[in-house]
Design a protein around this ligand. Structure first.
Ligand code: GLU
Length: 489
């Protein structure tokens, strides 16, 4: 029988959901869903000083927003809990004791000063700053002396000078030289485990089959492989996802774009677009397709197709995906989401205006690049006190006074046109222009400015239909009042 697929995401709640972690979560999620496995969320909060419950909540929120639901975790439970690392210290402690008992680990009484001096010397000699293992050789008397002096020991793994290797699904066989891994610290003097130790124990106890995480963890993986071996456990399969870099091939940082998923949300990106973008940070389908929903990715994603090369974070590509997804969403769905952004952006929307909002959005959504621009794009539909600035009309062929006379006729037309819809308005307005002997555009532009306050809008007559007779009428009256002032000025 093959082992069930169990994958995990193990964020440290020292911040909300980072985009890099979101990509890791996405890959794990896709694997679990395609293979009918379990996606586990384990919160690595052992660094009490830097961990924060609000960040934990932020991580959940980010994952939920992206649509990445998990099967086991701190808030949902599961058969291998607890899922918060700080609640698992006894379990880690047992494994630490096991390594101490089998002499694969030792209490190290090296002082911080000695360690600093060693590092300083290594630096001066241009050597890598690895711990020499001096603490292995203290005599019982030396240890007693140090204890008496109050030296707090650390528990270190006894790393033998031999090469370490592991097979990685993405990177192939990875090797570390015999001296690359030093005697690393696995626990504090009080027995509480540090990252590498805690991760190995938890991955083993939670029966994780595949560890899929960023390539920046490769050096940890060597240490973890040694711990599995020393504890007599079989390591899971490993897959390391490529580093995310900017266009200059440097590590992606806050100078290159927002770091937190929540920021992308605030900036008006759709979760569909971010998912689509994140998966391309390292993966490609092998053909020209580039638009994938989460469901499609569940079918398509394979770890075997993840690239080794660094993944370039290109914000323009994210914008491109966002535009595509905005135009792809069902209009009702888009309207619901855009409504939230529009209210947050300051539009005063009454609950009974949902239908009106949807109709206005139908005219505007093709020009909508980010949902947080909804308010600025659509505010003229909702501003009941809009006073059009008629100075925007460039009076070249027709003076302000002539324009006023023409708009009087437009106002009459607005009162009389039945039905008040796009084709009928267009037909009447064209007929009026020709009666006046005006070019159609010379009549349409002042009308557009009068009813919307803007020179650039969606198609005029469709816009007038959505605005409705009453708004058009009121705005034309205000425009005429403005023109009267301009004519006398
Ligand atoms: N807590 C670690 C991190 O956030 C987890 C790494 C891992 O997946 O093992 O980087």
């Amino acid at each position: 029988m093959t082992q069930p697929i169990r994958v995990r995401m193990a964020p440290s709640p020292t911040g909300d959901l980072h985009v890099g972690n979101a990509r890791t979560a996405l890959c794990n999620y896709l694997m679990a869903r395609r293979l009918g496995g379990a996606f586990i969320l384990r919160v690595e909060d052992t660094d009490a000083q830097r961990s924060d419950a609000s960040h934990e909540e932020g991580i959940y929120e980010g994952l939920r927003w992206l649509g990445l639901d998990w099967d086991e975790g701190p808030n949902v439970g599961g058969p291998f809990g607890p899922y918060r690392q700080s609640e698992r210290q006894d379990i880690h402690g047992e494994a630490v004791q096991q390594l101490l008992a089998t002499e694969r680990a030792y209490y190290d009484y090296t002082t911080a000063e000695e360690r600093a001096a060693e590092r300083e010397q290594q630096r001066a000699e241009g050597q890598p700053q690895r711990y020499s293992g001096m603490g292995r050789n203290f005599t019982a008397a030396e240890i007693a002396e140090r204890k008496a002096a109050g030296v707090v020991p650390a528990v270190r793994f006894r790393a033998d000078p031999k090469p370490v290797r592991f097979d990685d699904i993405v990177l192939g066989t990875i090797r570390a030289g015999p001296d690359e891994v030093d005697d690393f610290v696995i626990a504090r003097g009080d027995g509480s485990a540090l990252y590498n130790m805690a991760v190995v124990v938890d991955d083993e106890h939670m029966r994780i089959s595949h560890v899929v995480r960023g390539k920046d963890h490769v050096s940890n993986t060597f240490r973890q492989v040694l711990l599995y071996e020393a504890l007599g456990w079989t390591p899971p399969a490993f897959a390391h996802l490529p580093l995310v870099v900017n266009r200059r091939r440097q590590k992606f940082s806050s100078r290159d774009g927002a770091q937190w998923v929540g920021e992308y949300r605030t900036q008006g990106y759709l979760p569909e677009a971010l998912v689509n973008f994140l998966i391309f940070l390292g993966w490609a389908p092998g053909d020209e397709r580039e638009i994938f929903s989460l469901e499609e990715l569940v079918r398509e994603f394979r770890l075997e197709r993840v690239n080794r090369a660094d993944a370039v974070f290109d914000p323009q590509r994210l914008d491109h995906f966002n535009g595509v997804w905005i135009r792809r969403l069902d209009l009702d769905d888009l309207a619901k989401r855009a409504w939230t952004y529009a209210s947050a952006g300051g539009l005063e929307l009454r609950p009974d205006q949902r239908g009106y909002f949807r109709s206005a959005l139908e005219l505007e959504y093709e020009r909508l690049s980010h949902l947080n621009r909804t308010a600025e794009l659509m505010d003229f539909f909702f501003d009941d006190d809009l006073v059009p600035d008629m100075r925007q009309v460039r009076y070249r062929r027709h003076s302000a006074a002539e324009t006023a006379r023409a708009l009087e006729l437009v106002a009459g037309l607005v009162d009389a046109t039945e039905p008040f819809d796009d084709p009928t308005l267009e037909a009447r307005m064209r007929a009026l222009a020709s009666d006046l002997g005006w070019k159609a555009g010379d009549l349409f532009m002042p009308t557009r400015i009068a009813v919307t306050g803007r020179k650039a809008t969606p198609p005029l007559f469709a816009t007038m239909e959505v605005l409705g007779r009453q708004r058009c009428r009121e705005r034309l009256q205000r425009a005429l009042a403005g023109l009267a002032k301009l004519a006398t000025a």
